[in-house]
Design a protein around this ligand. Sequence first.
Ligand SMILES: [Zn+2]
Length: 598
Amino acid sequence: MNKDIFLRPFRLVWALVTLTCLTLASCSVQDEDSNDGEASKVKQVITADLVLTNAKIYSFSWPEPDLEGRPNQAAPFKDGNWQPDADTIVIAQGEIIALGNGANIRYQKNDETRVIDLKGATIFPGLVDSHVHVAELGEILHRVNLIDVKSPQEAVTRAIKFESTNPSGWLIGQGWDEGAWANNYPTKLLLDEAFPDRPVVFKSLHGFAIWANSKAMQLAGIDAKTQAPIGGEILRDNNLEPTGIFLNNAGNLIKQAIPKPSEQQFESFVVDGLLQLAKDGYVSVHQAGATSEHMTAFQNLRDKQQLPIRVYPMLSARDPELAEQWIASGPKIDPDGWLDIRSVKAYYDGALGSRGARMIEGYSDLPDHRGVSGDGYGFDHELVERLMQSGFQVGIHAIGDAGNRETLDYIESVYKKYPETKNQRNRIEHAQVISPEDLPRLSSMSLIASMEPPHAVEDKTWAEQRVGKKRILGAYAWRSLRKQNTKLTFNSDLPGSDHSIFYGLHSAITRQDKHGLPANGWYPEQNMSIEEAVRAYTHWSAYAAFREKQTGILDVGRWADITVLDIDPMQLATSAPEKILSGQVVMNVINGEIIYER
Ligand SMILES: [Zn+2]
């Protein structure tokens, strides 16, 4: 394609003036003023608020690639190379009013109009992270950060350092990798040595395990007689004493003893998380599991017009009171798209690393064990069904092949009773290990697979031990799902994974980790093309939130949601994909406002 210009009338007044301008020399150039009668019409043209020029703009308004990832003939792709399809974007009143190549674009400006020369930076449609835990991200800034700790001892060292500036109260940490340590979990003893009198709770990276010391267990009232709840496991030593590791739902035994943050504190976690995401180029996030606390914070911030970025909360089905309240009121769509409340997050099984994911047959490295799911994991069939019936999209967490199959069976049963629920763009969160015979079911049931490219490259060292050579072929199987015409949306599941878009894109197109391993990528037949990867973080994520007509693609009349990068991932994808990892976000524009500028 090579659209020189696609100035399309988006409002009647614009249409009128464009037509006038075509016939009048007096308004044939930008910014021209004139005293004749026509000039007053020109002044009705919406004056540009913001103009971004000299950029490499990829609008993604061309037709989608095929299911193998090959670009459409009309895409700006020639001889194996991507070319930007515009260099200038003009914004007024929160919308894109013109897009094309600078010399051909006419627009009205005044003293307030800001024109920015981007000096060759790349513009993408605004990025969306479609599965996040935003309060936890903000909370990490106030806790012991255990992300990337190499050993339990290193976790303790970090906590001792943190203690020097945070001398009292519960010592909370977050981020140790329960998948990586699952064959050799640490115990309370290491923590007791360093912290005999202060309660210590270290939450794991993906939230499926808790590592606590004796003081925390004592305050939570846990001893050798304590039974694990449904869908949970307390690890014990030879004397049946709890070792300090609590898996899946058993983590709640400890968590409920931790003093709750005040409403104000919680809101500050949410704001800190959202501000971080704004800096990192995201224009919108889907909160995967919004509790009453989240909803209070989101709604307060929305009322004060202080949401830093757009939020799409998925109400937690683990908060029955909140769920009942929304069943009674039904979905609530925000006319300005800052806080659309129409989605629910439910949890069908656990995670693969900590062996909570439900498998059809035993784990390859623990054959008697099949994980937990459904009733055994506290999944409330009846509540989720009523939420769906009330018009809510549902996103169900399913990781193991049995977890996915049972989730598919469950959704199918709801479709049978209430056929209209099939149109609610229901999602499977993670869709991580899928049996070959279930692969076609996602698309035939109009489901969206909501997946994390970083999980594939982070889990690659142990995932195959868990599921073996055969089942691994249906794991993290983006291409297999695409080939079945399944709709995808990509995300980070932060703070469980690094949410950098550069890491996400690199994982999606190479299936290599940050060190470039393995050399050819881990099961590289599942790679996405760069176009598919970007679409999965923009347009397809917008689709997953019913906003694909307003955002996710750059075009006249759409929301001015724009992310500016200092590198061009489209071109680097073929020439030097490893260089994508060092990209940086230059600017983030939401609703026409620059909310971050480096
Ligand atoms: Zn999650």
